[in-house]
Design a protein around this ligand. Structure first.
Ligand code: MN
Length: 238
């Protein structure tokens, strides 16, 4: 049997073809797997569980079908959809997992992360992240009207787009020291993450040990699926 990993689908009404691709993937591939993990940024925006955008309904229904059919679905928060909470779990059947989480992947301890916390060179982003992940900030944000929240989300998106345009590619990638620190803290030799939209398998050595970092690609440019079984993992292009 096999376990599948995807991330960064950025589902949105503006990219209906990705929604179609996702539903097809759930029905044809995930339905036959041991489990499906979605490592963040499944949705382009998620301003709270009480604002389910009509564009998301089909995807959520398909996720519920998958879990009703007995396939475990694990979803990690990304930087876009970190406000997914209990109501999201109820309607999708998904279990929201912590970032980071360590799993036993067919005998290999594997660290799962979205990946944004590894981009430690992007100090400005890390400051923003720390702010919006504060329980107090979240509480205040969720207390605002849906209109206010949607407007704020859109304005954060614009600020982020402008900032990204001015940052170098290096700054927006993971920091190798942060990668090694996270892996050693969790005692793993394998890490799977998304976020950077740079699908690749990086092999490196730390203290004479072989380490592996697998990066999932996004779904609107590259499209990638990581397929793992007892023999290892294969990063496939969609
Ligand atoms: Mn991300």
């Amino acid at each position: 049997m096999n376990t599948l990993f995807i991330s960064d689908l950025h589902l949105s009404g503006e990219r209906e073809n990705i929604t179609t691709l996702f539903i097809d993937f759930l029905e044809k591939r995930a339905s036959k797997a041991d489990a499906l993990y979605i490592l963040g940024d499944l949705f382009e925006v998620w301003p709270g569980d009480d604002i389910i955008q009509p564009d998301y309904r089909q995807s959520i229904t398909s996720m519920k079908q998958l879990t009703d059919n007995g396939v475990p679905l694990y979803v990690m928060h990304g930087n876009r959809d970190f406000l997914m909470a209990d109501q999201f779990s109820n309607i999708s059947g998904a279990t929201v997992i912590e970032d980071p989480t360590v799993i036993d992947l067919y005998g290999t301890a594997t660290l799962l992360m979205h990946g944004d916390t590894l981009c430690t060179d992007d100090i400005e982003y890390q400051k923003f992240r720390a702010m919006v992940r504060e329980p107090f900030w979240k509480k205040e944000f969720l207390a605002k009207s849906p209109e206010e929240r949607l407007a704020m989300t859109a304005s954060y998106r614009n600020i982020s787009k402008e900032a990204m345009a001015q940052k170098s590619m290096d700054i927006m990638d993971v920091n190798q020291n942060a990668v090694e620190k996270a892996m050693s803290e969790h005692g793993v030799k394998q890490l799977i993450h998304g976020h950077t939209h740079r699908p690749a398998v990086h092999n490196f050595i730390v203290n004479k040990e072989d380490m592996k970092r697998i990066v999932l690609g996004d779904w609107y440019k590259q499209g990638s699926v990581l397929n793992c079984d007892a023999n290892g993992c294969v990063l496939e292009a969609l």
